[in-house]
Write a protein that binds this ligand. Structure first.
Ligand code: GDG
Length: 463
């Protein structure tokens, strides 16, 4: 088996006594099977870091974790500005939110070049390189120009935009050509993969060459959809165990008999939290009989607070949630509980299990793992209802959720009403269908299928 090298912006270096969660565990397992290396940013900022020639290396369970630091200027230009203030809103098709400056683009490219220079010396013949996410779009190309010839796969966790949207940033064609230096480019959904192919055709002069293959400038690249999965039985177990704790019992008592709805997101403009709160507000206006009988808990874990759009989002949500409660609350009823401090993972799973409705209404999302976690957390005998945005990648799989247009507050309000009123039989039927989808796949299957496709792409003459 080839040695695997995973590259991502941040590297979750294992520390004593602390367990990584989510995807980090899967990538760690994949690396442990093959004896591999995980390379990226340490998460630390240090003056003069650009002069460091060697990465810091930690070894754990047969896996090497190699990290470099960023300088303050690199952090600002590469991470805060270009990755999070330009690319993130761009790939989520929110062009109004994009800010762009050429200096940050330059720093973004410089950091990717520095990643490539450091990584190149660690790559051996026979290795396979798997690059993750939008921070590292130029990396495959930067490795190729440094003579790296091993198979390279690129997976994007976010959506990919249409040509009209992608063309709003300068040098869009360059980004596409850089991605084309990988052998396989993977997305969460076939819709995203189609957008990528359309962009290569329209903006970079490429052509499709059969199913899931695109050529451009002498390169042949395979494209595919690899939806990220969760450990559904594991999450279900955590939720069930947690619901038996004093903490969850006390939480349930605090609801004073009202029915719980939950939203849980990083506080991010793509997650549709503002429109969701407005949808809830119009539901309460349209159906006043539900006042005092429903509580909406929105966990909006504070995120990326050094980026302007995130700071202003936080201020807006604080105002909006305060206004809703100021207007509607009663001595024994708080319609909206708005929590910005992160909640412990197991506790969140337990809360999800007690919630009759899960509101997952992003304006655009690559996958959205919360949708899958909410389904996994339910008691199958008396499950809650998932209200899910059509614009989440998860909607392509969880077809038995109540699918909504997250931009349409009336539709969200109606779906809330329908979910709260749904008979147990329909709730069970819908939940069983969704559970079947998430429990028949594992995160490890996701990783292995990407790597298989990468080796096949190489075998079939790509590159
Ligand atoms: C990117 C893509 C894609 C949320 N609040 C708390 C908390 N969470 C956890 C959730 C979930 C995770 O964070 C968020 O995952 P998402 O998938 O919803 O979203 P992104 O962070 O934007 O992730 C996305 C994903 O990559 C994977 O490919 O699905 O589309 O945007 O696990 O449960 N966890 C804790 N406390 C909180 O308050 N502990």
């Amino acid at each position: 088996m080839s040695r695997l090298i995973v590259v991502s912006n941040r590297v979750p270096v294992p520390t004593a006594g602390e367990k990584a969660g989510g995807l980090a565990v899967v990538l760690h397992d994949l690396l442990a099977r093959r004896g591999g290396l995980w390379f990226g940013w340490s998460g630390d900022i240090a003056d003069n870091a650009e002069h460091d020639t060697a990465p810091a290396i930690v070894e754990e369970g047969g896996v090497q974790y190699a990290t470099i630091n960023l300088t303050p200027d690199e952090y600002q230009g590469y991470y805060a500005n270009f990755s999070n203030a330009t690319l993130w809103p761009l790939i989520h098709s929110l062009p109004e939110q994009i800010s762009f400056d050429r200096h940050s683009l330059h720093v973004y490219r410089t950091v990717n070049a520095r990643f490539a220079t450091t990584l190149k010396d660690m790559i051996r013949p026979g290795d396979v390189v798997w690059i993750h996410d939008y921070h590292l779009v130029p990396l495959a190309a930067a490795l190729r120009t440094r003579g790296v010839q091993v198979p390279i796969g690129f997976f994007l966790h976010t959506p990919f935009p249409s040509p009209d949207i992608l063309s709003t940033i300068p040098e869009a064609a360059t980004f596409l050509r850089q991605l084309m230096q990988a052998d396989l480019v993977g997305f969460q959904t076939s819709h995203d993969a189609q957008n990528f192919v359309a962009c290569v055709e329209r903006l970079a002069g490429g052509e499709t060459a059969g199913n899931n293959v695109v050529t451009c400038g002498g390169r042949t690249v395979h494209v595919g959809a690899f939806p990220v999965e969760i450990d559904a039985p594991g999450f279900a177990r955590t939720a069930a165990e947690e619901s038996d704790t004093t903490a969850i019992r006390r939480f349930s008592e605090s609801l004073l008999g009202s029915t719980l709805m939950i939203g849980a997101d990083r506080m991010d403009p793509t997650k549709g939290i503002r429109r969701r709160i407005n949808g809830y507000r119009s539901f309460l206006d349209k159906h006043p009989e539900w006042q005092e009988r429903v509580t909406f808990l929105q966990v909006a874990a504070s995120s990326r607070q050094d980026v302007e759009i995130y700071k202003s989002l936080r201020e807006e949500l604080e105002r909006l949630s305060g206004a809703l409660n100021a207007e509607l609350a009663m001595p024994a009823w708080t319609p909206l509980r708005f929590v910005t401090r992160p909640v412990a993972r197991a506790h969140l799973a337990g809360i999800m299990r007690t919630a009759r409705v899960g509101l997952v209404t992003p304006l655009r999302d690559g996958m959205n793992l919360v949708a899958k976690e909410y389904v996994a957390a339910q008691d199958g005998d008396d499950p809650g209802v998932l209200v899910l945005s059509r614009y989440a990648g998860a909607a392509a799989q969880l077809k038995d959720a109540l699918l909504v247009n997250a931009f349409d507050g009336d539709e969200v309000a109606d779906a809330i009403h329908r979910a709260l009123s749904m008979a147990r039989e329909e709730r069970r039927r819908r939940w069983e269908a969704n559970w079947h989808v998430i429990s028949s796949r594992t995160p490890l299957m996701w990783g292995e299928s990407f790597l298989d496709a990468l080796l096949q792409a190489r075998g079939s003459g790509a590159a």
